[in-house]
Design a protein around this ligand. Sequence first.
Ligand code: PLP
Length: 413
Amino acid sequence: MSLEPRRTPAIVGGPRAKTTPYGRSVRYGEEELTQLREAIDQQTLFYTAGAKVKALEARFAELNGVAHAVATSSGTASIHAALMALGISPGDEVIVSPITDMGSVIPILFQGAAPVFADLDGATATLDPASVRERITDRTRAVLAVHLAGGACDLAALGAICDERGIDLVEDCAQAFGCAWQGRPIGTVGRIGCFSMNEFKHISCGDGGIVVTNDDELAVRLRLATDKAYDRRPGVAMRNPTFLAANYRITELQAAVALAQLEKLEGIVARRRAWCGALNRMLVGTPGIRLPAAVPGCDPSWWFYLMQVVPEELGADADEFAAALSAEGVGVGAHYIGLPVYGYPVFTEHCAYQRGAHAYQARSYGPGLCPEAERILRDCVMLGVNEGYTETDLLETAEGIRKVADWLANGRA
Ligand SMILES: Cc1ncc(COP(=O)(O)O)c(C=O)c1O
């Protein structure tokens, strides 16, 4: 039986579902230029002397209802500052997700600590609390909860485990600006929340980051961690470092852009939510694929849209599904980051440093460490999301996904 022409997949000669280019938002404009001009007019680009970094931190803290925000030079710097502030030290262990950016694990290694990868929940692709619990040892000092693709980890369970074991919960919110968990802004549940403002995130200042905490003492240490442990508060000795810190300062220029971007965040997240929410509704019942899932109480902010194929039901793997969608003009890629982070040579070959001992050398990293994470990467297909996507993009994308999935699941007939 042959398909009606409109339903014939493009990969076998049918018409493409996506006939128009995807919409894109204008990322930077007059608001950023105004802020930048003001920053230049200050005749200083240094954070203690200018007004932009201070204003960014105050506004971010206000928007998130937290006591303190400290701006940094990147998301990686934010996480590193958090670990320095918490005193993570050589020989410690930090539990982290295997599906993330290197920026989550670089800071652990730099602190001389060993990253311990816990497995993931198959539906949400975030840390599985049971696996975290199982991988805690007497050397574990922190859990770094990576909120993937704009969706939260199970913060209730992770928080309870951390409280019970007396370890710190740090939130990696690089992909989750604007996500809410049980009505609370992401990043405000753990002891420290870390954000990235690199070029690809919900909001950007080229490169930058910001950390939040409600803990007054930690806030002081976070600032020191970003500024060589120089204490620039009035009335104290500045050049008196009490721990090893880095220079992760943000400049007035980046902060100026970030200030303008921050005012756009609510709208960006609202548009992404509306688009992805509608896509979810249109795809309910599509055979052979699992739609993105969120933990209870989470309102995701949709950095991207992660589907998973069920090969036995779809009759195809992620590569075949992605190839057929690409032929339709639907903007997807299979396998997200490809390998779990522990599959990279820096882990499998322990080549972080050229010489000397490091705590992570005592652990072996490689295939099999987190089976569910490996399955997710094998089966996942990632659809890029932009707040500029239109109603037409929605209809054409949904049509392409449904058409391809129906065709594959029906034996390509
Ligand atoms: C989950 C996660 N953590 C950390 C980072 C690091 O952020 P940055 O690139 O700003 O250092 C990223 C960046 O892609 C990320 O996605």
